[in-house]
Design a protein around this ligand. Structure first.
Ligand code: C2E
Ligand code: MG
Ligand code: MG
Length: 742
């Protein structure tokens, strides 16, 4: 210290001041130094020696401030000191880094004050140094944590919407390298026991696998001394430290590993680990969301029973196929496939068996197709197959034949061997045609119905004739709706006769529609149109009201109805909806007609369609006294067994049956058996469509009770009925008289 001018040299009081300074300097709780203007240290106190871990001699001998300053701060420090030496400033305060004990970086809050001589010229400086390493570290940690938190928040936001997982993974890796200040980070995925790089840098295989094996974070503070796994790989890459965490997947299986490495040994702290874990959780969240979305998308476009594409997906692919087709000279076909008698399987073996059958058939159908074809389930037992790129129309036929063959292979369902068959309708669009996608499915369906009617187990191609029919049907349905609304339908009435009594006995109400331009439309046609297009209920309601109203008028006029009363046809569709009985009761009550005067004609197939609802309705009607007639017996299944279970009042033998009586002895035997059974069960048998005297005599001889047909009377408008009845009674009475006389 003697080689410098010491502060306060001279008089006694100065000596005293100097002594006080000396004590204050030496004993100060902060590090202090007297610094020459060139940066050399002239004097250092004990605390400074302690803080820097060097002796007074070491500090004074070295290159002063330069020796104790952190190299990164050297330039700034030199600049500050130069301004001080030049007398430009008197004092400055800085947070600076120093080389502390053992070479560790020490943060110091530094205050340097200039001392001037009496003339104001700079003499030397007094420096104070406070160790703020701990505070700085805490600040840095807080700052880093805030940075990490905001990085996680940003990633979470991204993970909510990003559809591309690879993009999210890239953003994640970037956030890790930026927030943790590490040289490399990466995400690898575990796929069939292989680690595949998803984003960033390849992770060390041994490190990553150890992470997966322990299913926990693996922190490597220093590769030297790492014993849990082989660090040869890390060493080879010059990596000294790192952290990895497992990334959970959308299911229980891990998705992969997220990790980062530093080239220097590093004490990765809890914060770092927590950050990495949060980022891994964000990835897992995104994986789960993407999987869920994919599941939802799949669900929306697939049939849950067979996992096949559903109608929506088919239509989508069809639209694309039709658009593609326009550019290529090829054909697109839709094959509409419907199992034959699937209802029979459901009814006899139960719905579970029906489902099982469909599940069996789906893969079989798929195997018969090309990979580029789309097999979709439209619902129920209906499938559609979309075939693109066909060179010839005949290719679609080959496919249909293949499909029919695979369907027909025996299949065991619930222990029962089934040999299903199917009907297929083919609709095509190709060079020179202009169908839209929607048309193809609809047309395929039309052709499929044709195939069914033509005898099942076969295919039909939708052609121009069918197209014309379709167009006409649409137009006709439209007109029918209007006709029902405008009350343009009429009813005609056909009398029946009771054999033996020789007089008219009841009427059947039959609907008629005269189309304004097309003329008379047969009821078979417009009734089936109405059934298919949701018009049968309004139509049926109108028929019922009209017929019952007519019955009221005739009763009021004193016209004899006989015990058969008024027969009204009820469609299968009407019968399959609950509430029909109530509607009928209401109409009868409104017109004050005894229920026994109304006969409801239902067909056997209508009853078999949905036996539960039909039986409930028929039972309710019968209970109330309404009569039930089974119409068109002889077409369809004609099961005698079911006659026993129905509350029947009459059975109407179909006209076809009556016609075949002349040529078939078997038909005669059946009619006789039915009549015998009817007598036992207590219902009447009506012969329909009796056209000749010969037929009339045969059916009467076989035991039929009632006849209906052109021989007796044609269906006529209500106004003509009194005349027809009078004529009929006279004719029958005369004939009976003749017979009696003979
Ligand atoms: P259906 O109930 O079996 O009616 C008897 C059909 O046989 C009527 O045909 C009738 O005109 C016809 N017919 C009667 N006697 C003879 C004959 O001697 N020879 C020939 N060739 N035919 C005869 P229509 O009026 O054409 O009705 C056909 C079918 O349309 C009816 O068959 C019935 O199933 C249905 N239908 C008619 N009106 C209605 C209705 O109001 N509602 C419902 N749901 N169906 C109706
Ligand atoms: Mg009828
Ligand atoms: Mg009939």
């Amino acid at each position: 210290m003697d080689d410098v001018g010491t502060p306060g040299q001279g008089s006694g009081t100065l000596h005293e001041a100097e002594a006080r300074f000396r004590i204050a300097f030496e004993e100060a709780g902060v590090g202090m130094a007297i610094v020459a203007l060139d940066g050399r240290l002239l004097r250092v106190n004990r605390e400074l020696q302690r803080m820097l871990g060097r002796t007074e001699a070491e500090l004074l001998a070295g290159s002063g401030m330069r020796a104790i300053s952190h190299p990164d701060d050297a330039a700034a420090r030199a600049a500050d000191l130069a301004r001080l030496a030049a007398g430009e400033v008197d004092r400055y305060k800085r947070d600076r880094r120093y080389v502390g004990a053992g070479g560790a970086t020490m943060w110091g809050a530094t205050t340097i004050s200039l001392v001037r001589d009496g003339g104001g010229a700079p003499l030397y400086a007094i420096g104070q140094l406070e160790d703020i390493t701990a505070r700085k570290a805490a600040e840095e940690r807080a700052e880093r944590r805030a940075g990490q938190q905001s990085a996680v928040a940003q990633l979470s936001q991204l993970a909510l919407t990003e559809q591309d997982f690879a993009a999210l993974a890239a953003a994640t890796v970037e956030a890790i390298t930026a927030s943790l200040d590490v040289s490399v980070a990466g995400l690898v995925a575990l796929e069939q026991d292989e680690l595949r790089l998803v984003s960033g840098a390849e992770l060390d295989d041994a490190h990553a696998r150890h992470t997966l094996a322990t299913a926990a974070p693996v922190v490597v503070r220093d590769a030297d001394g790492e014993e849990r796994f082989d660090v040869a790989g890390l060493r080879a890459r010059g990596i000294a430290s790192g952290v990895s965490v497992p990334v959970a997947g959308e299911s229980d299986q891990p998705f992969g590993v997220l990790g980062m490495y530093a080239t220097a040994p590093r004490a990765f702290g809890d914060d770092d680990l927590a950050f990495l874990q949060s980022v891994a959780n964000v990835l897992t969240g995104a994986l789960r969301r993407l999987a869920a979305e994919q599941g939802l998308r799949f669900q929306a476009l697939h049939d849950p029973l067979t996992q096949l594409p559903n109608r929506a997906l088919l239509m989508d692919r069809l639209r694309l196929a039709v658009a593609r087709r326009r550019r290529a000279q090829t054909w697109v076909a839709v094959l509409y496939l419907d199992l034959d008698d699937f209802k029979g399987v459901n009814d006899s073996l139960g719905h579970a068996a029906g489902d099982e059958l469909l599940r069996h058939l789906a893969p079989r159908l798929s195997e018969a197709l090309r990979p580029s074809d789309t097999l979709a389930r439209l619902g129920g037992d209906e499938f559609a197959i979309l075939c693109e790129g066909l060179d010839e129309v005949t290719e679609s036929v080959a496919i249909a034949e293949r499909l029919l063959a695979v369907v027909a292979q025996p299949v065991e369902v619930e222990g029962v061997q089934l040999r299903p068959t199917a009907s297929i309708g083919i609709a095509l669009t190709g060079p020179g045609t202009s169908n839209e996608g929607e048309d193809l499915v609809r047309d395929g369906g039309v052709a499929m119905y044709r195939a069914k009617h033509a005898g099942r187990g076969r295919y039909e191609i939708f052609d121009d004739r069918m197209r014309a029919e379709t167009v006409e049907r649409v137009a006709l349905t439209h007109d029918l709706r209007r006709a029902i609304e405008d009350g343009d339908l009429r009813l005609v009435y056909q009398p029946m006769v009771r054999f033996g009594e020789g007089r008219a006995n009841g009427f059947e109400a039959l609907a008629r529609w005269t189309h304004p331009t097309r003329g008379e439309i047969p009821p078979d046609r417009f009734i089936s149109l109405a059934e298919q297009h949701g018009l049968i209920e309004p139509l049926g309601r109108w028929v019922l009201r009209e017929a019952v109203g007519q019955l009221r008028r005739w009763r009021d006029a004193g016209l004899s109805m006989g015990d058969m009363g008024m027969s009204v046809n009820v469609s299968r569709v009407q019968l399959s909806r609950p509430g029909l009985a109530e509607e009928i009761f209401e109409v009868l009550a409104e017109r004050d007609i005894p229920p026994g005067q109304l006969v409801v004609e239902v067909t056997e197939s209508a009853v078999m369609d949905d036996p539960d609802v039909a039986n409930a309705t028929l039972d309710a009607l019968a209970e109330a006294g309404v009569r039930i007639a089974l119409d068109d017996f002889g077409v369809g299944q004609s099961s005698l067994a079911c006659l026993r279970d129905l509350p029947l009042d009459a059975l109407k033998l179909d006209r076809g049956f009556i016609t075949s009586l002349a040529s078939s002895r078997q038909a005669a035997a059946i009619v006789r058996a039915v009549c015998d059974m009817a007598r036992t069960l207590g219902f009447s048998v009506v012969a329909e469509g009796v056209e000749t005297e010969a037929q009339s005599q045969v059916v009467e001889a076989l035991g039929c009770d009632v006849g209906q047909g052109f021989l007796y009377a044609r269906p006529v408008p209500p106004g003509e009925i009194p005349g027809v009845i009078a004529e009929l009674d006279a004719r029958l009475g005369a004939a009976a008289g003749e017979r009696a006389a003979a």
